[in-house]
Every structure is written in C-alpha cells, then in structure tokens.
Write a protein that binds this ligand. Sequence first.
Ligand code: C2E
Ligand code: CA
Ligand code: CA
Length: 766
Amino acid sequence: MNSAKLRKLTLQLLILIFIVSVGYILISQKTESSINERYSQIARNMTLHLKTLIKEKEGTILQIALAMAEDQKIKNALLSKDKSKIQLQDFSLKLRENTDLKNIWFQIIDKEGKSFYRSFSDKSGDSLLEARSDVAKMVKAPQIIPSISVGKFTLSFKVMVPIYENNTFIGIFETLAQFNSIALKMDKNQERTIILVDESYKNQLVYADKERFIGNYYVANSNPDEKLLAEIKRKSPEAIINCKGEFNICPSINSIVSIYRLNNEYDKPMAHFIMAYNLDNINLDDIFQSRNNLFLIFAGVLFVSSIIFLYFQSKKRLVEELNYELEEILESKTKELTYLAHHDTLTGLANRLLFLEIVQDAIESAKRENSKFSILFLDLDRFKDVNDTHGHHAGDVLLKSVANRLKECVRTQDTVSRLAGDEFTILLRNSNEENLVSIVEKIIQAVQEPIEIAHNTFSITFSIGISCFPVDGVDADVLISNADTAMYKAKELGRNTYQFYNKTMGKYTLNRVIFEKNLKIALQEDEFEAFYQPQIDITTGRVIGAEALIRWQSPELGFVSPAEFIPIAEQSNLIIKIDLWMMKKTMHQLMVFQKEGIDIGKLSLNISAKQLEGKEMIAELKNILQETGFDASRLELEITEREMMKDPEATIVVLNKIKELGISISIDDFGTGHSSLAYIKRLPIDKLKIDKSFVDDLPHDKDDIAIVRSVISIAKHLHMDIIAEGVETPEQRDFLQNEGCSKIQGYLYSKPLPVDDYKQFLIEHN
Ligand code: C2E
Ligand code: CA
Ligand code: CA
C-alpha cells in the first residue's frame, strides 16, 4: 500500500472514530438529561407532597379550633371563670386514637390575654400579652390567626380563633399541633423526611430535648430515619441545607435528597425539611430502553452509510481500474499503429511515410551543416514475373532477402526503405561522387548474387535512379520524385544499371499560376459539379448516405481530378470558396430529394483545414443550414487526420463548436496521420474512416491487415463508428465485415455518381 492510500485510510478511520464518539456523547448526554429530568420530577413531587400535607394539617386544626370556639361549655366556663368543667386532654386522646392527629393540644385564653386553660399543663392565669405578640394583637382586634412557629418546645402549628357570646368577644381558643405526623406520612410514602428547626431558634427552644440537636439545629420529628440522620450528622446540617439545585444525589444513602425551606413572618428561615428518596425505587428502565434504541438506530444508520460509502468507493475504484485498462489498451494500440504506419512488416524496413520524415530531417541537418546527401530509387527488374510464376510467397521471401542484402551494403547512418511492392529507396548521408558510385556498384553486385528459394535459384537485378541534395531539389517529395524519374531512365537504358537525375528528364507539370487562374474562373462560371459516392451498411444492404466529391470539367484544361487541384486550391484561399460552393450545392440538391420523400441518409462533406482556421466557418454553416432547411443531424464533415493534427488544440475548439450545431465529424484517411492517443480521445469525433491505401491490398498484405485491425479496435474502444473507403472487391468487403467494419464505400458498390444517378441509386436501394 502506498503512503497516499495509507493516509486516506487513516483519515477515513479518524472520521469514523469521530462520528462514533460524537454519536456516543450526544446519546449519553440525552440519556443523562432524561435521568436528571426524572430526578427533578421526583424532587418536585416530594416538595409538593410536603406542602399539601402542611396545608391539610393547617386546615384540620383550624376546623377543630373553629368547632371548639362554638362549644357552649367552654363559653360558660369562660363567662363563669370556672375551668373545672373543661377536660380537653380526653379530646386529645380521642383524636390520637381515631385520627392522624397524634400530638394536639389546646389552650383557652381570656379576653384580657391571660391563659385560662392548658391541656398540656395545669398552669393557668398567667398573662401572655408580653411573651406573645399574636395574643396581644388578637386581644386588640379579634380575628382568626393561623401560624407556624417555633415555641419553647419545638416547631408547631398554631391556630387562634376568637370566642364570642352574643357578639361579645369573651376569649380565644388556640389549637397546637406538631409536625411529626407530617414526617411520618412522608416516610410512609418512601419520602423520608427530617425536619430541622433553624439554628436561629436554638436559644428559644428552652424546653426542647437537648439530645435531638445536631449542632445548632433541632430535629423536630420524634423518630427520624436513622440513615438520613447519620448522613446529616456526617456532612453537617449546613452542608446539606445549603445545597444548590432542585436535588442532590447522595451516594452514601443511595438517594436523591431535596430540601424545602419554611420561612417565618420575617422571611427568615425557620425550618428545613430534608427529604430523601431511594434511588432503587426510581424506575429508569424506559429511559435506558430509549437510550438503547437510539444506540441501535445510530449503529444502523452508521452501518448503512458505511455500506453505501464502501459501495461507491469500490465502484469508483472499479471505474478507475477500467479506465486505466482502457488507457493501456489504447496506448499500446496507438503505439502499434504508429509503428505499423511507419514500417513495412514484411521486411521491417521504414515505409514511405517514415522515409519522407527521415529525408525531411536529412534536409534540415544538411542545410545546417552545409553538407550533401543522395537518394537512390531502386526498382527490381521483372519482379512481377517471379510473383506470377512462383507465387506470392516466393515473392515475399525474395523481397525479404533483397532487403537484408541492401541493409548490409549501407552504413549505419543511411536508411533503406521499402516504398511499395518492389520499390526501395535508400538515403545516403554525406555522399560525394566517389563513395556514391562505389556504394551503388556494391549494391548492384550484392543483389546479383543468386538467391535460392524453394529449390529455385533466382538472379535479381535493380534499376537505380539517383538524386542529390541540394542540386536536384531541396524538398523531400521533389528529391524522391526526381530519383524515380532517373530510375525510369535507367530502365529505359536496359535495366541493371543506374542513372543520375538531370533536369532534362523533368516531367511536364502544370503551372500553378495557370491552375489558380482557371480555378477562379471555374467558380465564377460554375464549372464544378457535385458527385455522390454512396455508402452502404452491408449488414442491411441499405444506403446510409454518400460522400460528396467535387468534379471539374475545365473548358481549357479538360477534366481535372480533385487530387490535383484541391492541393493547389488549399495553398490559396480558393479552397474555402470551393468547399462553401460544395456545401450549398449538395444541401440544396439533397433537400429536393428529401421533399420528394426519398430517404437521403447522411451527407459527408470534405472540409479542408483552411476552413477550420477561418472564423466565418461556423456562421456560414449555420446560414446554409437555415437557408436550405437541411437537418444538421444528417450532415457529417470529413477532416483528414493529418490536418486535424496540425494544430490539435485549435481543432478541438472548432470541432466542439461544430458539434454543438448537431453536426457529426469523421476523421478521413485514418491511419496515415500522426494521431496521438491523447488527442484522439479529446477530439469530438464520431467516425473513423479507414484510408483507401490500407484497403487496397486486403486481404493479402500483412501490414494492411494489422493496421485495419488496429484502427477498428481503436474505434471500438473509443465508441466511434467506422467506415472503410476504396473497397473494390468482395474479398476486401468480407474481410472488413469479419473484422467488425460493416460500413463500406467504394467502386464495389458504386463510383461517385452525378446527382441524378445518385437519386436513382437511392430509389433502387432504399
Ligand atoms: P478522399 O476524401 O479520400 O476521397 C476518396 C477518394 O477515393 C475519391 O477520389 C473517390 O473517388 C476515390 N474512391 C472512392 N472509392 C474508390 C474505389 O473503390 N477505388 C478507387 N480507386 N478510388 C475510390 P476523388 O474524388 O478523386 O477525390 C480525391 C480527393 O480530393 C479526396 O480524397 C478529397 O481529399 C479531395 N476532395 C474531393 N472533393 C472535395 C471537396 O469537395 N472538398 C475538399 N476539400 N476536398 C475534396
Ligand atoms: Ca473524404
Ligand atoms: Ca480518404
């Protein structure tokens, strides 16, 4: 595993850990807050319960006091000042036996504020006005006064009710009760409660049980919960009652503890109710259940996301791998094609294309170094006889051994190539008259040696033409062509000999100036004509369209082949006008057929690279399409591979614009240019056209077979359509079909036809 992959994996792992941690923390937090919420609910419930109990008790003792204040016996006793008839201890006992009121006492006070009767003491007649402000207040303005207060004994409930006889205030009935029963009721409800009287009352509690003090705090309930009491002692009452918050968790008693503070009339603390609820009694199952559910959902989501993530990861990897494989295949195919395009498989020698490049190269360096070189054009004498009498195989073996002999005769800096059939060329660098003649003679000598093939002995001779740089030409085509001319001269002179080129041998070539002048006239005078060569899909036998080819019948020059005048037109801007003329003409003509209901298929137009350079091209195309009403999807432009590769970046831009119009693009003469894989992939091409030169020698020539296979395989891998041109024989057609190319154009089906003949062809075939 490389470090980038490792880094990526580590990063992914860290992200996963992060997500899991965050998920865990969030769910835990949620659980914790649910538990807290549950605890504060319990704390609130305890306080509520306590308050209700206090209210209830206040109500009860008020009712008793109200009832007793109406008691005639008590009124009579007060009026007669004879308390002997009052026996309220028994009433206390009755209440203790029959109700929750376990500790309840009574006091009767006369209208002067003196204690008249006490159920808890025999003492009476003492004035309470000084010691008790509430009594003084009552004497002045009789009214019902309920209160909770701390007396000399403990914290207690008190209620005073005025006693009236015939609307005259005659005394006060007072009921007193303790808090113990409230604590008991709370305890019964599992809400263990300890009531602490605040330390500020310590000095006032003169009759209180000293044993019950914890520090300065007095425990107001008589049988407090031992464990809770111990806890209060251990932590100190202050520590507990000063706790902040609704509740606290006390692990030592396994409880939640909540405090309720009761204030006096001055809003100062009077009593503290410490309530504890055992944690074991709290049911948190539902919270944990929902936590577990959340964990489960989280894990599920995480799992599914991981699966989706992994799925897309592996899909991405698969696509990358496939792409890589495709890249490799295409690269090897283009390499193969480049090699094949430059070499002759039979002999392994350079072919015409490579030889041209090498000569070009030699020209550059000869110019730089001011040196000379020569080109030999060699043609085997009577090779055709060998082929005819001994067969192709013997011919091939012969060519191979001739090639080997030629290679042995030259130096390493020289190049031997096979141009075609039995034509060879040799480039000799740094040659002068003397070494040139000696090499040529050496070659004639070497080749003459008899060759044994399948028990036959062959004696072979060459006719050789020689041209020299720079005297016989300064460009590659001219030098080769002049050497060729010299070779013919040698043949004429009786074979097995050589000739140096001289200018008198030069063939008549049409003057370019005359050509250009006539081409301009041709455009003006409408001397051109559009021909159509049908293209057939052999799987269906239908015509899929036609390639439009220009024809020129010049009154002055006669019929001139486009192969001759197009290259000249390309050197001036005439080609643009010519191509536009063809576009308009063909679209107009075919639209007429279409309107008559004839299926015209596709129209292929040849476009010169000059067109691509100009900016008006796209606008012109749009215009013509609009003008003629021709459907852009029926139009295809053919551009040669060589021209596309002159400036591939610029070509990509123009072709993309053409494609935007809905027009398709085909590479013409595919296999002869120097396409690089990188560009073929980037160019918006729909179709590859196998060049006629590769079809010519099918199905015999090994080179051509290999090239055609490569081209078909490139087209397949790049999902492009493929067509072969120049198909003349059924053998060629069958071979192409077997290899997977079923679209055919060539004389086998039809020569390029004048427009009316093409119409007839369409009607007959579709
Ligand atoms: P090309 O584009 O490679 O066109 C195919 C050539 O092969 C045509 O030659 C066609 O007649 C010929 N051909 C087709 N099938 C066969 C066959 O089975 N056997 C043989 N021997 N030949 C076949 P043509 O019409 O002479 O055109 C020559 C070249 O001139 C074309 O080569 C093309 O590059 C150029 N050309 C023709 N018309 C136009 C045009 O309108 N505009 C431009 N820019 N170039 C044109
Ligand atoms: Ca073409
Ligand atoms: Ca072609």
